[in-house]
Design a binder for this molecule. Structure first.
Ligand code: PLP
Length: 333
């Protein structure tokens, strides 16, 4: 399928194409012959990550519309918030992050380190809310203040996941297919823009997409991916997708969003100790736990060429101290 994205305004934020690294020691540990890691974690600006690809389209539209301020949302340790703040700094836009405490984690590291520290480094204004009601109130207040001050606001949904944002991963999948023809791609799925964009780009091919849930049950994530994939094809003027090769799996979710399980720490240390590649415990660690389980159980054919999409999230690792230190001690050889 030829997809023309040129008609959508876009700002350049990342370094493309991102590398596609062979991971032979990790592949051997998982019983796979060929495993490649697509390094969207090293995409450039603001310590990198998948959100840059979405923000190129979201902020491209915002700039074209004359926006001077961006408001977006997330948990305290949102990677999307950190990268929105970095991109706004690059583009000279005011950035307001409306954040919620929706993860049962507390302590200095979770509340002040990792992404929380970086939001401030990039100059964003952070507004912390206890619940969704407060989020809505804060947003209303910020919009009223912006109107009074004559600022033009662009509001971006959680995770940058709307149809415009998903175009970033339509584009990423095309970039990947120029590098290799895989049998299977493995990605984390949170707010679903990443998986939806890839799924749209893979329509009509025989490449499987395994979407590993980080927060929701598989059935709920599937609805989110398919709704967003339909909106994305609508935006692009394409027929609705069949999503025939999409598999959504929630075995790695554990107790919920932002709560790493022992399998997550095991996968995270395996990547680090075979390939020197760091994962985060919230997103890529869960996708890696899925990959490890599906490969070791034989659900993934050892002869397949598998691409693991590394979507970034490194700063989140530092927010999990002291849990991180304990988990590493438990994984000692
Ligand atoms: C590092 C990282 N990986 C994966 C995801 C999930 O991507 P999506 O929200 O598009 O499903 C996120 C979303 O916040 C993220 O920050």
């Amino acid at each position: 399928m030829t997809i023309d994205l040129a008609e959508f305004p876009r700002v350049q934020l990342g370094h493309w194409p991102t590398p596609l690294d062979p991971a032979p020691r990790l592949a051997a540990a998982l019983g796979l012959h060929r495993l490649l890691i697509k390094r969207d974690d090293v995409s450039g600006l603001g310590l990198g990550g998948n959100k840059l690809r979405k923000l190129e389209f979201l902020l491209g539209r915002a700039m074209a519309d004359g926006a001077t301020q961006v408001i977006t949302f997330g948990a305290l340790q949102t990677n999307h918030g950190r990268l929105t703040a970095a991109a706004c700094a690059r583009l000279g836009l005011r950035c307001d992050l409306v954040l919620t405490r929706d993860v049962p984690r507390s302590g200095a590291a979770y509340e002040r380190s990792g992404n929380m520290a970086l939001h401030g480094v990039f100059g964003a204004n952070t507004h912390i809310s206890e619940n969704e009601h407060e989020v809505a109130e804060t947003c209303r207040r910020l919009l009223a203040e912006a109107a009074d001050a004559g600022r033009t606001v662009c509001t971006i949904p959680v995770g940058g996941s709307n149809a415009l944002g998903a175009l970033g991963y339509v584009s990423a999948a095309r970039e990947l297919l120029d590098q290799v023809k895989p049998d299977r791609i493995v990605t984390p799925v949170g707010s679903a823009g990443t998986a939806a964009g890839i799924a749209v780009a893979l329509e009509g091919s025989d490449i499987r997409l395994d979407a590993a849930c980080v927060s929701r049950a598989a059935a709920d994530s599937l609805v989110k991916i398919s709704d967003l994939a339909i909106e994305t094809t609508d935006l692009m003027g394409l027929p609705a997708p069949t999503l025939a090769n999409l598999r959504v799996d929630d075995r790695a979710v554990g107790p919920g969003y932002g709560i790493p399980t022992p399998d997550v720490w095991a996968a995270l240390t395996l990547f680090a100790r075979t390939e020197g590649i760091t994962l985060d415990p919230v997103y890529t660690g869960k996708a890696a736990a899925y990959l490890r389980s599906a490969a070791l159980s034989g659900e993934i054919d050892p002869d397949e060429t598998v691409v693991f999409l590394h979507t970034g999230g490194h700063p989140g690792l530092f927010a999990y101290e002291p849990e991180l230190t304990e988990a590493i001690r438990d994984q000692a050889d």
